[in-house]
Design a protein around this ligand. Structure first.
Ligand code: PGA
Length: 248
C-alpha cells in the first residue's frame, strides 16, 4: 500500500501573521491525521515555515525551483538554497507556471533534475486544458509532459518523486474531476510508467489536484490509483486543510 500524501500549495498567498496562524491550526489537528502532510510556501516565507514546523510531522517545500545552480539568473532560487532551509519538496511544472509564465515541458524536466540533484523530492504536475479534454487529447498531453521528464532523467528517477495530476480546468474553479475521471488518468499514468519499470510504477505516489475540499477528498482518495492530493485554495484555512488531511 502506498502512503497517502496531502500537500498544500499556498501559491501567492499569506503573510507572516496568517502563516503562523495557519500552521499553528494545522499542527493542533495533526494527531488525527494518518496521511503524510506537507505545505509548499512562497520562497520568502520558507525560513519562517522551517522554524514553525521544526520537530513536527509536517514537511514543507517550495512552489518552484530554478533549473540553474548559480550565477547570473536574477530572481531565481536554486536547489542548494532550498536545502539550506531543509525543504523536502519542490513543485515543478505547475500549470500556472506553464500557462501564465511560459514554462515549457523541457524547462520542467530541467527543474525536476535540479530538485533531485539537491535531494529535494519533485512534485511533478501534469494535466490537460479544458479544450484538450474536450478534443480527446488528455492522455496524449499527459504522456508528453511525462515523457519530457523521463527522457531527461530516466524512469528510475521517478522512484524519488511524486506526480500530481491536475486537470487545468479543475484548478481554482470549484469544478472537480469526478473520482472516476481522475482515476482513469491516474491509472493511465501508472500504466505508462509500468511499461518502463513496474516497481517504480507501484511505488510512486500520484496525487490529484483541482478543487479538492473536505467534502470530496474521501471519495477521490478512495480510488485505487489516487494517493492523496495537491491542494490550493483549501490549504489556506487550517480547518479545511485538516479535513482533507484526515481523509484517505
Ligand atoms: P485548487 O488548486 O485546489 O485551488 O484548485 C490546486 C493546485 O493548483 O495545485
Amino acid at each position: 500500500m502506498r502512503q497517502t500524501l496531502v500537500a498544500g500549495n499556498w501559491k501567492l498567498n499569506g503573510s507572516k501573521e496568517s502563516i503562523e496562524e495557519l500552521l499553528k491550526g494545522v499542527l493542533s489537528g495533526m494527531s488525527e491525521v494518518k496521511s503524510d502532510v506537507a505545505v509548499c510556501a512562497p520562497y520568502v516565507y520558507i525560513p519562517l515555515v522551517e522554524e514553525l514546523l521544526k520537530d513536527t510531522d509536517v514537511a514543507f517545500g517550495s512552489q518552484d525551483i530554478s533549473m540553474y545552480e548559480s550565477g547570473a539568473y536574477t530572481g531565481e532560487i536554486s536547489g542548494a538554497m532550498l536545502t539550506d532551509f531543509s525543504c523536502k519538496f519542490s513543485i515543478v511544472g505547475h500549470s500556472e507556471r506553464r500557462t501564465l509564465f511560459g514554462e515549457k515541458d523541457a524547462d520542467t524536466a530541467k527543474k525536476f533534475a535540479a530538485a533531485q540533484k539537491y535531494g529535494l523530492t519533485p512534485i511533478l504536475c501534469v494535466g490537460e486544458l479544458l479544450e484538450e479534454r474536450e478534443n480527446g487529447t488528455t492522455e496524449a498531453v499527459v504522456a508528453r509532459q511525462l515523457d519530457a521528464v523521463i527522457n531527461l532523467v530516466g524512469v528510475e528517477a521517478l522512484e524519488k518523486a511524486v506526480i500530481a495530476y491536475e486537470p487545468v480546468w479543475a484548478i481554482g474553479t470549484g469544478k472537480t474531476a469526478s473520482p472516476q475521471q481522475a482515476q482513469d488518468v491516474h491509472a493511465f499514468i501508472r500504466s505508462k510508467i509500468a511499461n518502463l519499470n513496474k516497481s517504480v510504477a507501484e511505488k510512486i505516489q500520484i496525487l490529484y489536484g483541482g478543487s479538492v475540499n473536505g467534502g470530496n477528498a474521501d471519495e477521490l482518495f478512495a480510488m485505487p490509483d489516487i494517493d492523496g492530493g495537491l491542494i490550493g485554495g483549501a490549504s489556506l484555512k487550517a480547518d479545511d486543510f485538516l479535513a482533507i488531511c484526515q481523509a484517505g
